[in-house]
Design a protein around this ligand. Structure first.
Ligand SMILES: CC(C)(COP(=O)(O)OP(=O)(O)OC[C@H]1O[C@@H](n2cnc3c(N)ncnc32)[C@H](O)[C@@H]1OP(=O)(O)O)[C@@H](O)C(=O)NCCC(=O)NCCS
Length: 207
């Protein structure tokens, strides 16, 4: 059974402050505000060292079973389908065990679950999504190291920029992505009405 409402509100207030509680309440009512982060690949991509030794490699179809041990809420069917669609996932392993993962695609934004639509990707842009670090090793620089590995790979493939979406209250994600050079480039707002989500015009910030 889930925790009572007052307990969830209190936890949110402690974790995310008043601003976070307000934005999460708006989100629950259907109005969603997301930051679009952008990382131009012409800028130097500096190392982001981790404080836990990790090895970085790609998720392969053979590794899906292992991945599901790390993300039990995912299903083998969905992960396999994502790989078949061309999405790729970089893994960080500590002593062989997966402790971090980050997905990406050069073909689509995969924002359907967030926005009800896949946003168009500009020429040369790639999309990063679903960064996740095991709770017991957070704060050790694993997600920034995965971002750096991804960004170098994309640059070598000829991409010119990487973009990703983050909720404004997700301070850990904003800090982590900032270490790899991502900056807020736009605010994407949407409203859920019934089963559909409608996008407002995207507010871009000057580069
Ligand atoms: C966001 C996330 C991927 C960052 O991964 P990470 O490997 O911990 O990244 P970092 O080591 O750079 O830590 C980022 C920030 O997390 C916070 N942090 C530090 N220790 C933490 C801990 N034990 N638990 C939670 N957050 C912690 C700090 O604010 C840290 O920033 P700082 O180093 O400037 O103080 C991770 O917190 C996570 O998996 N969160 C849940 C899923 C999620 O929100 N994904 C992001 C989608 S955009």
């Amino acid at each position: 059974m889930s925790d009572p409402l007052w307990m969830r509100l209190w936890r949110t207030l402690q974790q995310d402050g008043c601003g976070g509680l307000w934005l999460k309440s708006l989100d629950a009512s259907g109005y969603r505000r997301l930051y679009l982060l952008r990382r131009p690949l012409v800028e130097p991509i500096r190392d982001c060292p981790t404080t836990l030794p990790v090895e970085v490699d790609w998720l392969t179809p053979e590794g899906v079973h292992d991945y599901l041990g790390f993300r039990p809420e995912a299903t083998g069917h969905d992960v396999t389908r994502q790989l078949q669609q061309g999405d790729r996932c970089l893994l960080a392993r500590h002593e062989g065990r997966i402790v971090g993962a980050m997905w990406g695609s050069s073909a689509r934004t995969n924002t359907r679950s967030l926005l009800g639509h896949d946003l168009p990707l500009a020429a040369g842009e790639a999309y990063q999504f679903d960064a996740y670090t095991s709770p017991e090793v957070r704060g050790m620089g694993i997600a920034p190291a995965l971002s750096v590995a991804w960004l170098r790979h994309l640059r070598d493939e000829g991409c010119t920029a990487a973009i990703r979406m983050t909720f404004p209250w997700n301070g850990a994600a904003l800090r982590s992505h900032a270490k790899a050079g991502y900056r807020v480039a736009a605010v994407v707002r949407s409203l859920r009405l019934g089963n559909r989500r409608y996008l407002f015009p995207i507010r871009k910030f000057a580069p």
